[in-house]
Structures are given as C-alpha cells and as structure tokens.
Design a protein around this ligand. Sequence first.
Ligand code: NAG
Ligand code: NAG
Length: 515
Amino acid sequence: MTWFSVLFLFVLSIASTFSARILGIVSTTSYSHQSAYLPLWKELSLRGHQVTILTTDPLRDPTLTNLTEIDCSFSYKTKHRKLNLNELAEVSSTQMIERIISAGYDILEEQLQHSMVQNLLKNETEHFDVVLVEAMYTGGAAFAERFNCPLIQMLSLDAFHCQYHDMGNPSHPVLNPEVMLPFVGKLNFFQRLISVGFSFVMRYYIGLVADSQDVLVKKYFGNDYPHLRETLSKTSMWFVNTNPIFHSVRPLLPNIIQFGGGTHLKAPKPLPKDLQNLLDRATNGIIYFSLGSNVKSKFLSQERLAILMETFAELPYTILWKFEREDLPGKSENVIISKWFPQQDIFRHPNVKLFITQGGLQSIEEAMYNYIPMIGMPFIADQKHNVNILVHKGMGLSLDFATMDKAALKETILEILNNPKYRYKVRELAELVKDQPMTGLERAVWWTEYVIRHKGAEHLRSPAKDLPLYQYFLLDVIGFCLVVILVAIYILIKSISLIGRLLNGILVKTKSKIE
Ligand SMILES: *[C@@H]1O[C@H](CO)[C@@H](O)[C@H](O)[C@H]1NC(C)=O
Ligand SMILES: *[C@@H]1O[C@H](CO)[C@@H](O)[C@H](O)[C@H]1NC(C)=O
C-alpha cells in the first residue's frame, strides 16, 4: 500500500463533521512556494470546508466544488517586470532587498484590487473561521483582523529565527543557521559569528517587509487597522515546510507544526506514451536535468551551455533537460529538451539514475522519495543551504555552476552513477522521512481544523512571548548573581587585608616588646 492510499483511507475514515469557511492568502509569485500549499487547499475543501484562496497558480479543478480560487496568475507579469532573477544576481544585497520588497508591494497591491478580493473587503455579511497566510508577504494577514478570526502563518521552507522567536519558540543561530546561509553541520567560529549577525539582518528585513506591507493594509483595509507587526504577533499557529530528517532537529512548541516531507507530491499518473517509450528504451540510465521554475535555462550563457552540451554528448546516458526554448543548436542525440516534463512521474521510472538540480526543496523531495541521488547547482535563496544538506547527508554532490568545467562536471556525474553509496543513502533517508504517524499534509489539515474548533490556540501560546528579553536571557538573574559574587569577593579581600593589617600590627607590637 502506498502512502497515497493510506492518506486516502485516512481522509475517508475521518470525514469531517463540520464545515468551516477558510481563507488562504499566498501572494508569492513562485510555483515552488504555491505547490507546497495546494494539497492543503484541496484536502480541506474535500473535507467539506468552504475554502477560498488567493493564489498565483490556481488548480482550476472543476471537481473541487468547495474550493474558490482567486486567480492572481497575472502577478507573474509584475514579478518579471520588477524582478529578473538572473539580473538580481548582479546587484548589491541592499539593492536586492529593496527590489524584492518593492516587488512584493506592487504584487500584493494588484492582487488587493482584484474584484473578488474587493468583494471580500466590502461584503458586510462575509465571514471566515480562519485565515492562513504565507509569511513572505504578510499583508494578507490583515484579513484575520477584517474577519476577526484566528491567523495561521506558513512557509514553504523553514521559518527564520525572528519568526520562531516572535512565537516564543527558542531558535539558535548556531544549532540551526538561517536557510539563506550555506552553513550545515558543525560551524567554525567565523560561521557562528556570521550566523548570529545574519539572524539580526533577517529580523531587520522581515520588519521592513511588514512595514512596507502595512502601507497597503492602511490603504486597502483602513487606517484604523493595527500595524501589521501587531496583527502578526497574534498568530495562533505556524506551519513550516520542514521535517526532522532532511532539516536539522530542533525544539518546537506545540503551535509550530512541521508539514514537510513530500506534502506536495501528487498521486502517480501514467506518462505520455512517447515519453514512456523513451524512458523504457533508455536502459543505460537517464539523467534528469532541471534548474527549476525560478532559474530559467535560457538565461544561461553560451559558454556555460557549451560545457553542458559537450559533457552530455560524451555520456552513454539519455539526458532529459527541462529547457525553456524551442531548440538547442548543437545538442547531441542523447539529449532531449522540453519546456516541461512531468517531473514527479519521470522520477518514478526505474531507469532514472541521477537528478541534476538547482536545489529547490520541492524538487529535492521529489527525487528523494524516488530514491534518486542528486547533483546540486545552487543559484539563489535557500538553494545553497539545501544543496549543502544534500551533500552533508551523503545523498549527492555539488558543483558551482558559474565556475565548473567539463572535466569536473563529467567526473561528478560518473561518480554518482558508478558509486552506489549515494543511492543507498537517499533510500535510507527517504524511508526515515516517510516513517511518521501521519503525513505532513494530514498534520496541517488536522491542526487547521483544531484552530477552527477552538477559535485560535491561545492556550498553546508560549509564555516566552510575555517575557521581556532581559528576563528571557536571564540577564537580571545573571547580573544579580554577578553582583553578589563581586560583593562577596570584595568583602573577602577587604577582610583579608584587614586581618593582615591586624596581624601585622600585633606582630609589630610583639616585636617592639621583645626588643
Ligand atoms: C463540499 O462540501 C460539502 C459539505 O459542506 C460536502 O458534502 C461535499 O462532499 C463537498 N464536495 C466536494 C466535491 O468536496
Ligand atoms: C457576501 O458574502 C455572503 C457570504 O459568503 C454571500 O452569500 C454573498 O453572496 C456575498 N455578497 C456579494 C455581493 O458577493
């Protein structure tokens, strides 16, 4: 029995007994983000809830009659106008941050102008029982104020330290470096220093985003709305797309739910006939090469393309290359390009032996669940972190795309294909991720309904949220103890010198008496 059928039985056996109104706001223009939540929206609607979501990648599934999608796919145009990822790699970090925040502002503003969103804002009789918002561009959290209902924040990756801290959840920058940092495993002193510093930078950044998005809250919801930072501080629950096997082990409060571990995986579908034939025939092995949905292969330089093509030409394997162009002049016979491949179903084919990836979390999970070792070529965001985890855990190797040469690429590919240790390791870790009492999706569904049932999760609120920082870090207690110890040492030294002087006095007197 696959875990899909287990999930299906689970859903059947615990048919929900109530129907709630659920609003999900994910304004981020990135399929890899959206795809982490799509199964949740679908599942909640199948359980009889009325689910309304704002998304840039609607499912458009007419059988999901309880799911209303506010289609904001137009936001991709705004994103491409404001943010060119390949161009972004060239600008300074501060410019990059400004651009990302400003793009997030424009994107949310256009989405708030959507007639269906305007309807939600203006319709007096409209109500929702819970609002889920992605913690990237958080302006949508104001809907929780609008409908006076609990708020759940979620991320398609791990949360940042400041977000954990704001929930009162301990989070240690050395034990768990931010996902935007490449550090994995045991950190050296400078890495620890950078990790601590960077967590403050992230707090500053997340604060800037909230301030920028708050301008939209005031403009579209009303001037009487509390500051977005205040709205976010009332978050009932957090969903993070992590699991303790791939990500590091860390302490979690009961209101921080890990919904990671293949949540976005779809049920298997048969491959198109020609593709199936092609894969069946490639008994030598298949390498699947994709740089994901954010880094488009067409932006790669001629020189980089030549290295890829020449290397692939020398390999006795079939290469499936997800490439956003009609043709690729000079490619060898064994290379098949397409703008789109059914990636998850390709990974299920036993002839696929290697996945070359930019290191997106969702792609890594898809390969992992099908026991396929990987070569990571990270570009942006959390990719470097993910790829380093991959290498650290022994599931594959990494290459620097900008500097690698033909020899290095070929050698790395052959190492993975000829050394079975990577394949064994992937299988071992995948089995561990799958071995849990309920899937990440089931957990997210259960806890969403929990928040609805109890109108929030105030009772799970961490006491750390009400503690001033100096008390949390025991500064007053440590300070008091230091003072006591210093006073004691002072008294001791004074007493010793007093006793010394007394003794000296007695000695001098005795001496003079003797003389
Ligand atoms: C829609 O929700 C109702 C209950 O509100 C439920 O009976 C029905 O099965 C749901 N339909 C689908 C397609 O999920
Ligand atoms: C307002 O919301 C209610 C409840 O969802 C709905 O029944 C009604 O059709 C909405 N009105 C408009 C004008 O959209």
